[in-house]
Write a protein that binds this ligand. Structure first.
Ligand SMILES: Cc1cc2nc3c(=O)[nH]c(=O)nc-3n(C[C@H](O)[C@H](O)[C@H](O)COP(=O)(O)OP(=O)(O)OC[C@H]3O[C@@H](n4cnc5c(N)ncnc54)[C@H](O)[C@@H]3O)c2cc1C
Length: 305
Protein backbone atom coordinates (compact mmCIF):
# COMPACT_ATOMS: atom_id res chain seq x y z
CA UNK A 1 0.00 0.00 0.00
CA UNK A 2 1.30 3.48 -0.83
CA UNK A 3 -0.09 6.95 -0.20
CA UNK A 4 1.01 10.46 -1.07
CA UNK A 5 -1.25 12.24 1.43
CA UNK A 6 -0.05 13.09 4.93
CA UNK A 7 -1.89 11.55 7.86
CA UNK A 8 -4.07 14.10 9.66
CA UNK A 9 -3.25 12.82 13.11
CA UNK A 10 -0.05 12.07 14.98
CA UNK A 11 1.96 9.00 14.00
CA UNK A 12 3.43 6.81 16.70
CA UNK A 13 6.60 6.69 14.63
CA UNK A 14 7.80 8.10 11.33
CA UNK A 15 10.52 6.12 9.58
CA UNK A 16 12.62 8.12 7.12
CA UNK A 17 14.28 5.90 4.50
CA UNK A 18 13.08 2.65 2.88
CA UNK A 19 16.24 0.63 2.56
CA UNK A 20 16.71 -2.65 4.46
CA UNK A 21 16.92 -0.76 7.78
CA UNK A 22 13.84 1.45 7.46
CA UNK A 23 11.57 -1.21 5.95
CA UNK A 24 12.49 -3.73 8.65
CA UNK A 25 11.84 -1.20 11.43
CA UNK A 26 8.46 -0.34 9.91
CA UNK A 27 7.47 -4.00 9.68
CA UNK A 28 8.35 -4.55 13.35
CA UNK A 29 6.39 -1.46 14.42
CA UNK A 30 3.33 -2.39 12.36
CA UNK A 31 3.44 -5.84 13.97
CA UNK A 32 3.54 -4.10 17.39
CA UNK A 33 0.26 -2.50 16.20
CA UNK A 34 1.76 0.97 16.03
CA UNK A 35 0.73 3.73 13.64
CA UNK A 36 3.82 3.95 11.46
CA UNK A 37 4.63 5.49 8.09
CA UNK A 38 7.73 5.32 5.89
CA UNK A 39 8.90 8.19 3.72
CA UNK A 40 11.56 7.47 1.12
CA UNK A 41 13.69 9.30 -1.41
CA UNK A 42 14.10 6.14 -3.54
CA UNK A 43 17.88 5.73 -3.68
CA UNK A 44 18.78 2.81 -1.42
CA UNK A 45 22.44 1.79 -1.70
CA UNK A 46 21.18 -1.77 -1.94
CA UNK A 47 19.85 -1.09 -5.47
CA UNK A 48 23.50 -1.15 -6.67
CA UNK A 49 24.12 -4.71 -5.45
CA UNK A 50 24.43 -7.02 -8.48
CA UNK A 51 24.23 -10.11 -6.24
CA UNK A 52 24.89 -10.36 -2.53
CA UNK A 53 26.31 -13.66 -1.31
CA UNK A 54 26.70 -12.79 2.37
CA UNK A 55 23.10 -11.88 3.06
CA UNK A 56 21.80 -14.34 5.68
CA UNK A 57 19.14 -16.71 4.34
CA UNK A 58 20.12 -16.47 0.66
CA UNK A 59 22.63 -19.29 0.09
CA UNK A 60 22.61 -18.79 -3.68
CA UNK A 61 22.83 -14.99 -3.60
CA UNK A 62 20.26 -12.26 -4.05
CA UNK A 63 20.24 -9.10 -6.18
CA UNK A 64 19.83 -5.84 -4.26
CA UNK A 65 16.62 -4.83 -6.07
CA UNK A 66 15.04 -8.26 -5.42
CA UNK A 67 15.93 -7.97 -1.77
CA UNK A 68 14.43 -4.46 -1.54
CA UNK A 69 11.23 -5.77 -3.14
CA UNK A 70 11.01 -8.49 -0.50
CA UNK A 71 11.51 -6.01 2.36
CA UNK A 72 8.83 -3.79 0.78
CA UNK A 73 6.40 -6.69 0.29
CA UNK A 74 6.81 -7.60 3.96
CA UNK A 75 6.01 -4.03 5.07
CA UNK A 76 3.05 -4.00 2.64
CA UNK A 77 1.75 -7.20 4.19
CA UNK A 78 1.21 -5.26 7.44
CA UNK A 79 -0.29 -2.23 5.62
CA UNK A 80 2.61 0.17 6.18
CA UNK A 81 2.10 3.33 4.07
CA UNK A 82 5.23 4.20 2.07
CA UNK A 83 5.34 7.74 0.72
CA UNK A 84 7.81 8.51 -2.09
CA UNK A 85 9.31 11.89 -1.31
CA UNK A 86 12.35 13.43 0.36
CA UNK A 87 12.14 14.99 3.80
CA UNK A 88 13.83 18.41 3.85
CA UNK A 89 13.16 19.48 7.42
CA UNK A 90 12.81 17.82 10.80
CA UNK A 91 11.89 19.97 13.78
CA UNK A 92 10.45 19.60 17.27
CA UNK A 93 7.06 21.02 18.16
CA UNK A 94 5.94 20.49 21.72
CA UNK A 95 6.73 16.87 22.46
CA UNK A 96 6.42 15.77 18.82
CA UNK A 97 8.60 15.75 15.72
CA UNK A 98 7.44 17.45 12.52
CA UNK A 99 8.98 16.32 9.23
CA UNK A 100 8.32 18.12 5.98
CA UNK A 101 8.97 18.21 2.26
CA UNK A 102 8.11 21.24 0.09
CA UNK A 103 4.36 20.44 0.17
CA UNK A 104 3.42 18.37 3.19
CA UNK A 105 4.31 17.83 6.81
CA UNK A 106 3.95 14.82 9.06
CA UNK A 107 3.78 14.82 12.86
CA UNK A 108 5.12 11.90 14.88
CA UNK A 109 5.85 11.07 18.52
CA UNK A 110 9.11 9.36 17.60
CA UNK A 111 11.30 9.21 14.50
CA UNK A 112 13.61 6.54 13.15
CA UNK A 113 16.18 7.86 10.70
CA UNK A 114 17.27 5.19 8.19
CA UNK A 115 18.67 7.49 5.53
CA UNK A 116 21.93 5.69 4.73
CA UNK A 117 25.04 7.11 3.06
CA UNK A 118 25.92 8.19 -0.48
CA UNK A 119 29.14 6.70 -1.88
CA UNK A 120 31.77 8.98 -3.42
CA UNK A 121 32.59 7.38 -6.75
CA UNK A 122 35.65 7.86 -8.95
CA UNK A 123 35.35 9.29 -12.45
CA UNK A 124 34.93 6.38 -14.84
CA UNK A 125 32.84 5.95 -17.99
CA UNK A 126 29.57 4.06 -17.53
CA UNK A 127 29.78 3.82 -13.76
CA UNK A 128 26.48 1.90 -13.41
CA UNK A 129 27.67 -0.81 -15.79
CA UNK A 130 31.02 -0.94 -13.97
CA UNK A 131 29.18 -1.67 -10.67
CA UNK A 132 26.66 -4.06 -12.23
CA UNK A 133 29.44 -6.14 -13.77
CA UNK A 134 31.51 -6.24 -10.58
CA UNK A 135 34.44 -4.36 -12.14
CA UNK A 136 33.83 -1.54 -9.67
CA UNK A 137 33.13 -2.89 -6.18
CA UNK A 138 32.24 -0.69 -3.23
CA UNK A 139 32.43 -3.00 -0.24
CA UNK A 140 35.30 -5.42 0.36
CA UNK A 141 33.54 -6.91 3.40
CA UNK A 142 30.57 -7.73 1.14
CA UNK A 143 32.29 -9.22 -1.89
CA UNK A 144 36.05 -9.59 -1.37
CA UNK A 145 35.38 -13.33 -1.52
CA UNK A 146 33.95 -13.01 -5.06
CA UNK A 147 37.10 -11.12 -6.14
CA UNK A 148 39.48 -13.82 -4.90
CA UNK A 149 42.57 -14.36 -7.05
CA UNK A 150 41.64 -11.44 -9.29
CA UNK A 151 43.99 -8.57 -10.15
CA UNK A 152 42.67 -5.97 -7.70
CA UNK A 153 43.23 -2.22 -7.58
CA UNK A 154 42.26 -0.13 -4.56
CA UNK A 155 41.92 3.63 -4.96
CA UNK A 156 41.89 6.05 -2.05
CA UNK A 157 43.94 8.33 0.16
CA UNK A 158 47.17 7.22 1.93
CA UNK A 159 46.56 5.17 5.07
CA UNK A 160 42.94 4.45 4.11
CA UNK A 161 43.87 2.81 0.82
CA UNK A 162 46.63 0.81 2.48
CA UNK A 163 44.29 -0.49 5.18
CA UNK A 164 41.83 -1.71 2.55
CA UNK A 165 44.59 -3.17 0.38
CA UNK A 166 45.87 -5.14 3.40
CA UNK A 167 42.36 -6.46 4.00
CA UNK A 168 42.05 -7.50 0.33
CA UNK A 169 45.26 -9.55 0.55
CA UNK A 170 43.02 -12.10 2.31
CA UNK A 171 41.54 -12.76 -1.13
CA UNK A 172 44.26 -12.16 -3.72
CA UNK A 173 48.05 -12.07 -4.08
CA UNK A 174 47.78 -9.35 -6.74
CA UNK A 175 46.69 -6.19 -4.96
CA UNK A 176 47.77 -2.68 -6.00
CA UNK A 177 47.10 0.35 -3.80
CA UNK A 178 46.57 3.56 -5.78
CA UNK A 179 47.18 6.52 -3.48
CA UNK A 180 44.71 9.17 -4.64
CA UNK A 181 46.62 11.86 -2.72
CA UNK A 182 50.03 11.11 -4.23
CA UNK A 183 51.34 11.98 -7.68
CA UNK A 184 54.08 9.71 -8.98
CA UNK A 185 55.79 9.33 -5.61
CA UNK A 186 53.77 8.04 -2.64
CA UNK A 187 55.26 8.66 0.83
CA UNK A 188 58.18 6.44 1.89
CA UNK A 189 56.40 5.21 5.04
CA UNK A 190 53.49 4.02 2.92
CA UNK A 191 55.89 2.27 0.54
CA UNK A 192 57.48 0.37 3.43
CA UNK A 193 54.04 -0.68 4.67
CA UNK A 194 53.12 -1.83 1.15
CA UNK A 195 56.33 -3.87 0.85
CA UNK A 196 55.70 -5.49 4.23
CA UNK A 197 52.15 -6.40 3.19
CA UNK A 198 53.00 -7.78 -0.24
CA UNK A 199 51.14 -4.94 -1.95
CA UNK A 200 52.16 -2.91 -5.01
CA UNK A 201 51.93 0.84 -4.37
CA UNK A 202 51.39 3.48 -7.06
CA UNK A 203 50.26 7.11 -7.20
CA UNK A 204 46.91 8.26 -8.46
CA UNK A 205 45.97 7.37 -12.05
CA UNK A 206 45.04 10.29 -14.32
CA UNK A 207 42.24 8.31 -15.98
CA UNK A 208 40.08 5.23 -15.34
CA UNK A 209 38.36 3.48 -18.23
CA UNK A 210 35.88 0.60 -18.22
CA UNK A 211 36.78 -1.55 -21.23
CA UNK A 212 36.57 -5.25 -22.14
CA UNK A 213 35.20 -6.22 -18.72
CA UNK A 214 38.04 -4.61 -16.78
CA UNK A 215 39.18 -1.28 -15.35
CA UNK A 216 42.15 0.28 -17.15
CA UNK A 217 44.12 2.84 -15.15
CA UNK A 218 46.31 5.28 -17.06
CA UNK A 219 49.12 7.08 -15.20
CA UNK A 220 50.79 10.46 -15.76
CA UNK A 221 53.89 8.77 -17.24
CA UNK A 222 51.73 7.14 -19.94
CA UNK A 223 51.82 3.66 -18.41
CA UNK A 224 48.63 1.68 -18.06
CA UNK A 225 47.44 -1.12 -15.76
CA UNK A 226 44.51 -3.46 -16.11
CA UNK A 227 42.51 -4.45 -13.03
CA UNK A 228 39.82 -7.16 -12.98
CA UNK A 229 38.30 -5.26 -10.07
CA UNK A 230 38.73 -1.78 -8.67
CA UNK A 231 37.67 -0.92 -5.12
CA UNK A 232 37.36 2.86 -4.65
CA UNK A 233 37.67 3.80 -0.97
CA UNK A 234 36.95 7.49 -1.36
CA UNK A 235 34.47 7.68 1.52
CA UNK A 236 30.77 8.32 1.67
CA UNK A 237 28.50 11.16 2.71
CA UNK A 238 26.35 10.23 5.70
CA UNK A 239 22.77 11.39 5.20
CA UNK A 240 22.58 12.73 8.74
CA UNK A 241 21.70 16.40 8.11
CA UNK A 242 18.14 16.08 9.50
CA UNK A 243 19.49 14.79 12.81
CA UNK A 244 22.40 17.23 12.89
CA UNK A 245 19.92 20.11 12.58
CA UNK A 246 18.51 18.87 15.91
CA UNK A 247 22.07 18.75 17.32
CA UNK A 248 22.35 14.95 17.38
CA UNK A 249 25.91 13.73 18.02
CA UNK A 250 27.97 12.46 15.08
CA UNK A 251 31.42 10.93 14.59
CA UNK A 252 34.25 12.49 12.54
CA UNK A 253 32.69 11.26 9.27
CA UNK A 254 29.24 12.67 10.06
CA UNK A 255 27.70 9.29 10.96
CA UNK A 256 25.32 9.29 13.91
CA UNK A 257 26.27 8.10 17.36
CA UNK A 258 23.62 6.06 19.13
CA UNK A 259 23.13 4.24 22.43
CA UNK A 260 22.47 0.51 22.83
CA UNK A 261 18.82 0.94 21.81
CA UNK A 262 19.82 2.95 18.69
CA UNK A 263 18.66 6.29 20.17
CA UNK A 264 20.67 9.34 19.12
CA UNK A 265 21.60 12.03 21.62
CA UNK A 266 18.16 13.59 20.87
CA UNK A 267 15.41 11.90 22.93
CA UNK A 268 12.90 10.13 20.68
CA UNK A 269 15.12 10.30 17.58
CA UNK A 270 16.56 6.91 16.63
CA UNK A 271 19.02 6.09 13.84
CA UNK A 272 19.66 2.74 12.13
CA UNK A 273 21.61 1.24 9.23
CA UNK A 274 24.47 2.83 7.31
CA UNK A 275 23.80 6.35 8.67
CA UNK A 276 24.97 5.07 12.07
CA UNK A 277 28.66 4.96 12.89
CA UNK A 278 29.85 1.38 12.34
CA UNK A 279 29.91 -1.49 9.83
CA UNK A 280 27.75 -0.86 6.74
CA UNK A 281 26.04 -4.19 6.12
CA UNK A 282 22.49 -5.38 5.51
CA UNK A 283 22.62 -7.79 8.45
CA UNK A 284 23.75 -4.94 10.74
CA UNK A 285 21.02 -2.63 9.37
CA UNK A 286 18.22 -5.12 10.09
CA UNK A 287 19.65 -5.83 13.56
CA UNK A 288 19.63 -2.09 14.26
CA UNK A 289 16.02 -1.98 13.04
CA UNK A 290 14.85 -4.69 15.44
CA UNK A 291 16.50 -2.92 18.38
CA UNK A 292 15.17 0.54 17.51
CA UNK A 293 11.61 -0.56 16.72
CA UNK A 294 11.36 -2.49 19.99
CA UNK A 295 12.76 0.45 21.97
CA UNK A 296 10.32 2.84 20.26
CA UNK A 297 7.39 0.53 21.07
CA UNK A 298 8.43 0.39 24.73
CA UNK A 299 8.80 4.19 24.92
CA UNK A 300 5.31 4.85 23.54
CA UNK A 301 2.18 4.75 25.73
CA UNK A 302 0.88 1.15 26.04
CA UNK A 303 -1.48 0.04 23.24
CA UNK A 304 -3.21 -2.78 25.09
CA UNK A 305 -5.70 -4.96 23.25
C1 LIG B 1 27.74 -2.03 -4.72
C2 LIG B 1 27.31 -2.37 -3.32
C3 LIG B 1 27.32 -3.70 -2.92
C4 LIG B 1 26.94 -4.04 -1.63
N1 LIG B 1 26.91 -5.35 -1.29
C5 LIG B 1 26.48 -5.72 -0.08
C6 LIG B 1 26.44 -7.09 0.30
O1 LIG B 1 26.73 -7.99 -0.50
N2 LIG B 1 26.09 -7.39 1.58
C7 LIG B 1 25.74 -6.43 2.50
O2 LIG B 1 25.42 -6.75 3.63
N3 LIG B 1 25.77 -5.13 2.15
C8 LIG B 1 26.11 -4.74 0.90
N4 LIG B 1 26.15 -3.41 0.57
C9 LIG B 1 25.79 -2.41 1.60
C10 LIG B 1 24.24 -2.30 1.74
O3 LIG B 1 23.70 -1.90 0.50
C11 LIG B 1 23.92 -1.26 2.81
O4 LIG B 1 24.55 -1.63 4.02
C12 LIG B 1 22.41 -1.17 3.05
O5 LIG B 1 21.72 -0.81 1.88
C13 LIG B 1 22.13 -0.15 4.15
O6 LIG B 1 20.75 -0.04 4.34
P1 LIG B 1 20.09 1.30 4.91
O7 LIG B 1 18.63 0.99 4.99
O8 LIG B 1 20.80 1.78 6.09
O9 LIG B 1 20.37 2.43 3.79
P2 LIG B 1 19.94 2.48 2.27
O10 LIG B 1 19.68 1.12 1.74
O11 LIG B 1 20.97 3.29 1.56
O12 LIG B 1 18.55 3.26 2.27
C14 LIG B 1 18.47 4.62 2.66
C15 LIG B 1 17.18 5.20 2.07
O13 LIG B 1 16.93 6.47 2.70
C16 LIG B 1 16.46 7.37 1.72
N5 LIG B 1 16.69 8.74 2.17
C17 LIG B 1 17.87 9.36 2.42
N6 LIG B 1 17.66 10.62 2.83
C18 LIG B 1 16.30 10.80 2.82
C19 LIG B 1 15.45 11.90 3.13
N7 LIG B 1 15.94 13.08 3.56
N8 LIG B 1 14.10 11.74 2.99
C20 LIG B 1 13.59 10.55 2.58
N9 LIG B 1 14.35 9.48 2.28
C21 LIG B 1 15.69 9.59 2.40
C22 LIG B 1 17.27 7.01 0.47
O14 LIG B 1 16.62 7.50 -0.71
C23 LIG B 1 17.29 5.48 0.57
O15 LIG B 1 16.19 4.91 -0.12
C24 LIG B 1 26.55 -3.04 -0.70
C25 LIG B 1 26.53 -1.70 -1.11
C26 LIG B 1 26.91 -1.36 -2.40
C27 LIG B 1 26.87 0.09 -2.80
Amino acid sequence: MSTSAPLDDVLDCLVIGAGPAGLTAATYLARYRRKVMVIDGGSSRARWIPASHNCPGFPFGVAGNDLLQRFRAQADEFAVPIVPTRIDTLTREGGDFVAGDSRHSWRARQVILATGVVDRLPEINDVEQAIASGVLRLCAVCDGYEARDEVIGVLGPGDVVMGHAEFLRTFSRQVTALDSQAGDAPAEALRQRADAGGIVLRGAPVRLTLRDGACHATFADGSCERFDTLYPVLGADAQSALARALHAGVDESGELRVDSSMQTSVAGLYAIGDVVSGLNQISVAVGHAALAATAVHRQLPPNKR
